[in-house]
Design a protein around this ligand. Structure first.
Ligand code: HPA
Length: 256
């Protein structure tokens, strides 16, 4: 951890979700340095397609930023401690600002494929709280930084940026149409299988967090064709370059 008064070497980090790794490639083209997750002691490696499993150290306009291409999910069989280990690594490196991104299914009628949603609330049935946190105070109501959302909304982009509530389901299967109807009734705007555990761990570690969903599909049952991982990857590929530019602009505004 940096000593008080000393600037952190790595101020910001971005976790890049399914198929959203282009920001990592762009960071490498700008001179960034890649370290495979398996070179970092104890860091679990992602097994899901679309998650490269690399830590990229940003340089130039991305100096002070770490980009993580990929994450592990609870549904891969990892414990909560292992799935959030990366947050403790980032904490030791001095990271204060965390952007957590994911691919998600859109539930809100206002959402179209390729839109972004800034998380302003979340919902899950899963136990995503660290056993070491026995205070039973419940998660902070300020989990999703209002300040960061304000910054993110101020960035010009061709992408449509909404705000809404994210539901984390267990996966690895997509939801049934009945589950999606239930989530819609509960006021959920987008559904995915990640983001909440890392974000809770990050806030507990004193970081400020922006959660961003890229809507890669309409959730199951909201269209008449069955959903599969290829559709999610294809939709992510179509927006990932513009998404990366948007992310870099958000990062540059968070620095000042
Ligand atoms: N459901 C859950 N996770 C997802 C989805 C979805 O529809 N799309 C991308 N990740």
């Amino acid at each position: 951890m940096p000593h008080s008064g000393e600037a952190a070497v790595f101020q910001s980090a971005v976790i890049l979700g399914s198929g959203l790794g282009a920001a990592g490639e762009m960071a490498l083209n700008l001179g960034g340095i890649a370290i495979d997750f398996d070179q970092i002691p104890h860091l679990p490696c992602p097994a899901v397609r679309g998650h490269a499993g690399r830590l990229i150290i940003g340089t130039g306009e991305l100096a002070g930023t770490l980009l993580l291409q990929g994450r592990v999910h609870l549904y891969e069989g990892h414990s909560l401690e292992r799935a959030t280990f990366v947050i403790r690594v980032l904490q030791q490196l001095g990271v204060q600002n965390l952007l957590v991104t994911n691919a998600a299914g859109g539930i809100s009628d206002a959402f179209r494929v390729g839109d972004l949603m800034l998380l302003n609330g979340h919902w899950t049935f899963l136990n995503v709280h660290q056993p070491s946190n026995q205070s039973r105070k419940g998660p902070s109501t300020k989990l999703w930084s209002e300040r960061f959302r304000h910054v993110a909304r101020s960035v010009d982009s061709s992408l449509v940026v909404h705000e809404g509530v994210y539901a984390m389901m267990s996966g690895p299967n997509y939801e049934t149409p009945a589950e999606v109807q239930m989530l819609k009734t509960l006021g959920v705007d987008a559904v995915g299988m990640s983001t909440v555990p890392e974000s809770l761990a990050a806030v507990a570690a004193g970081m400020e967090v922006l959660g961003v969903s890229c809507i890669t599909n309409l959730a199951c049952g909201l269209t008449d064709h069955p959903l599969n991982h290829c559709e999610v990857s294809r939709a992510a590929a179509e927006v990932e370059t513009e998404f990366a530019r948007w992310l870099f602009n958000v990062l540059s505004r968070l620095r000042f």
